[in-house]
Design a protein around this ligand. Structure first.
Ligand code: LMR
Length: 329
């Protein structure tokens, strides 16, 4: 009898030990498998599982399968998911007042004169200052990832802003993006990312603005006639973790996750840049979209409207805007 009791105790202990060691971090996002953000999360997943020697597992839920645009932020604040990486344009819920949200300054058009200047965000101290302003103390900002510059996809030829008059263009929920689209004479249509494809397919939308990697991975090139490489805006992500989940890790597991996070933050920009390069080659010749260079007139007119987007910034946001711009020369 004693032998059986001993055996049961050993089995129970080992099961508990295993159960204690197997930690699962659920990471939810809204883009398709293979989009840059998804690839970066997969990289984080592999690094966490390597550095924790399998004790910590990352489950990557793509394409709004677990939570979408409308509920992912609430879910990570309440701890119903461990990590998300929403676009900086979708971070107002981290603040008591939207006017305090410094991340929106990255929505001002033509913040980056060229795609390679995006690299100046890596390790940028102004982004650390922004992270320190978050009101919601239930979360922590683990990093900022980029997905390059946004391009304009549309179903009509565009030579100048006159050709965008009254066009319904999908935007993310950002006051700066809405002001930008309005300044073009177009109509901003706020939709979640998961709703964009059908909006374009059933033509309740005329166009959208996305990095070419998102356009390609979500197959928007099947439902848009033209893609103008305007490089007019930036798409970045706030990597957000639930603090209780993060702080609840054992010291050994937290060290492994932190090591993986530092390495992921260093690698993310190159992963995104490569994915955008490949997408540009793949879009041309596939689907229905023709990739075109914008006219000098269109870019000149779009740049002339930047003050309309700057005008919606609050005093706090204007301060961050000036500080960040000074680092992007
Ligand atoms: C969008 O809604 O267009 C983007 O934020 C989607 C994404 O997460 O890249």
């Amino acid at each position: 009898m004693k032998k059986i009791t001993m055996l049961l105790a050993v089995m129970l202990l080992s099961a508990n030990t295993f159960a204690e060691e197997q930690v699962v971090l659920r990471f939810s996002h809204v883009v398709k498998k293979g989009a840059p953000k998804d690839l970066v999360i997969e990289k984080f997943k592999s690094l966490v599982e390597k550095y924790s020697e399998g004790r910590v597992k990352v489950e990557n839920y793509a394409d709004s399968a677990l939570f979408g645009d409308r509920d992912e932020m609430k879910a990570v604040i309440e701890g119903r998911v461990d990590m998300i990486a929403p676009s900086l344009s979708k971070t107002d819920q981290l603040y008591k007042e939207k006017s305090s949200n410094p991340y929106l300054v990255l929505d001002v058009p033509f913040l980056f004169e060229s795609p390679d200047l995006v690299k100046k965000l890596a390790g940028n101290p102004v982004l650390d200052e922004m992270a320190a302003t978050v009101d919601k103390k239930e979360v922590k900002i683990v990093g900022v990832w980029d997905n390059g510059l946004k391009q304009l996809s549309i179903n009509n030829k565009v030579e100048s802003l006159a050709d965008l008059k009254e066009k319904r263009i999908r935007v993310q929920p950002s006051a700066v993006l809405k002001a930008t689209i309005k300044s073009w004479g177009s109509v901003p249509r706020e939709l979640s990312y998961a709703e964009v494809y059908n909006g374009l397919l059933y033509q309740t939308l005329d166009g959208a603005e996305n990095p070419i990697s998102n356009l390609y991975s979500s197959r928007f090139h099947d439902v848009q006639k033209y893609l103008y490489m305007t490089n007019h805006g930036y798409l970045g992500y706030a990597w957000i973790a639930n603090k209780k989940s993060w702080d609840g890790l054992s010291p050994e597991n937290k060290a492994a996750v932190e090591k993986a996070a530092v390495e992921t933050n260093k690698l993310q920009s190159d992963i995104a840049a490569t994915a955008n390069e490949y997408a540009k080659q793949d879009v041309n010749g596939s689907g229905m979209t023709r990739v075109l260079e914008p006219s000098a007139e269109l870019i000149k007119e779009m740049k002339s409207k930047v003050p309309a987007a700057e005008a919606v910034l609050s005093p706090v946001q204007k301060e961050f805007y000036a500080k960040l711009k000074a680092t992007l020369k």
